[in-house]
Write a protein that binds this ligand. Structure first.
Ligand code: NAI
Ligand code: SOE
Length: 371
């Protein structure tokens, strides 16, 4: 095998996503034969004791406490942003201006305007947005089935993202602060559902939404509902909430078309339900496909068929696809431009709810289905 090019990573933030990404940086080269070797060079955060123990546990070579100096280092190739949302834009813009490859957690930004400035600054550098659910093998299979026309003409797109931790948390966490999170369930959960909908069903033309904050005095939304008209003529409903008591992390969608349907629930992430109208009537029903091979997306990279994978693999797969795109000099998706499309929908959601009316989704790219 030829020598691998070393890419030094600087990761900003060391919380939940800091751990998920650290794991992916270590694992990707074990499951994929790539022309790159990732070096966990420097990890950055503000809490020095926590930073030191994180660096020791996850194998980061060095620590820094100021992101400005960390990203400016000459020995850094990739800047990976795992901070609260309000820091995504300043860090991404500075990193891109320093010529670094930029990875950023979702939602890309806290406004459309900010996301556009980020994309503009990153015009000449490769970017990645961690909408990791695109790489769940069962969702990648759903995308294949849609692209192969197995669902026929799509009538309905239905998505829910249901969590239950909203009532429990301390008010001081960044996720409840308007100026740090930007929004609540909208940016945090609905953003994932919208990204998947744009991938699987194309552009959204028009929406009508309702937003609710259950906790008294909380600055951000706890729940959001919306109706959508897609550019392809289908209609959709979405619900995202932190108050769905009984649901831990139910990222769910179903698509109904003239020839078939698919149904997915993250809480059973190796499975895709598929209904095919061509089955003879006496056996028509949902096929619960265990998407672990043979012949399924990504299956050859992990375990023998039937040996399931988990949440962490979605980050490994996102990173693997990025590095393969980089090697081939191809555009990786979703990148900052794709994430602007999501931000446009999120902005329309806030606009519709505040004006209590249907609104068009401005500048949504008509469709990213073919990506
Ligand atoms: P967290 O609260 O667990 O971690 C945030 C980290 O940012 C902490 O280590 C904190 O010390 C660090 N930080 C805060 N201010 C900083 C500063 N000025 N300089 C350097 N570091 C700073 O948050 P979590 O859950 O890891 O979320 C981070 C981002 O990841 C958010 O944008 C969130 O929306 C996104 N996220 C994405 C997920 C996905 O499924 N793709 C899952 C969970 C979070
Ligand atoms: C919130 O609880 C959260 O961690 C989101 O921030 C993630 O984006 C989602 O994937 C899981 O839930």
């Amino acid at each position: 095998m030829s020598a691998r090019k070393k890419l030094n990573v600087c990761m900003i933030g060391h919380g939940f996503m800091g751990r998920a990404h650290s794991n992916a940086f270590h694992q990707v080269g074990r499951f994929f034969d790539l022309p790159y070797e990732l070096q966990l060079k420097v990890i950055c955060g503000r809490d020095r004791p926590k930073l030191d123990s994180m660096a020791a546990q996850w194998g980061w070579e060095e620590v820094e406490t100021e992101w400005e100096s960390a990203i400016g280092r000459k020995d850094v190739d990739i800047v990976d942003i795992c901070t609260p949302n309000y820091l995504h834009a300043p860090i991404a813009i500075a990193a891109a201006q320093a010529g670094k490859i930029v990875f950023c957690e979702k939602p890309l930004a806290i406004s459309v305007e900010e996301s556009k400035r980020m994309a503009q600054a990153a015009r000449n550098v490769p970017t990645l947005v961690w909408f990791n659910y695109r790489r769940v093998p069962a969702i990648a299979l759903a995308k294949q089935l849609v692209d192969q026309g197995k669902l026929g003409e799509v009538y309905h797109y239905r998505a829910t993202y249901l969590q239950s931790w909203g009532p429990d948390r301390q008010p001081e966490i960044w996720r409840f602060k308007q100026n740090e999170a930007g929004s609540g369930a909208i940016g945090d959960l609905l953003s994932h559902s919208i990204d998947l909908a744009l991938l699987l069903n194309g552009g959204i033309a028009e929406i009508s939404s309702l937003i609710k904050t259950f906790a008294q005095g909380r600055e951000v939304d706890d729940a959001v509902l919306l109706l959508a008209r897609f550019a392809n003529g289908s209609i959709g409903t979405f619900e995202a909430t932190r108050y769905a008591i009984g649901c831990r992390n139910r990222n769910y969608f179903e698509i109904h078309g003239s020839k078939g349907a698919v149904r997915f629930n993250l809480e059973d992430l190796n499975r895709l339900e598929f209904f095919d109208v061509h089955d003879s009537v006496e056996i028509q029903g949902s096929h619960g496909l265990l998407v672990t091979g043979p012949g399924h997306p990504y299956a050859d990279h992990f375990w023998p068929p039937g040996h399931i994978i988990g949440y962490e693999h979605t980050f490994i797969l996102t990173l693997a696809d990025f590095l393969r795109s980089l090697a081939d000099n191809q555009r990786f998706r979703p990148d900052f431009d794709d994430a602007i499309d999501v931000q446009q929908v999120l902005a329309a959601v806030e606009d519709s709810a505040s004006r209590r009316t249907w609104v068009e989704v401005s500048n949504s790219t008509s469709s990213i289905r073919s990506s």
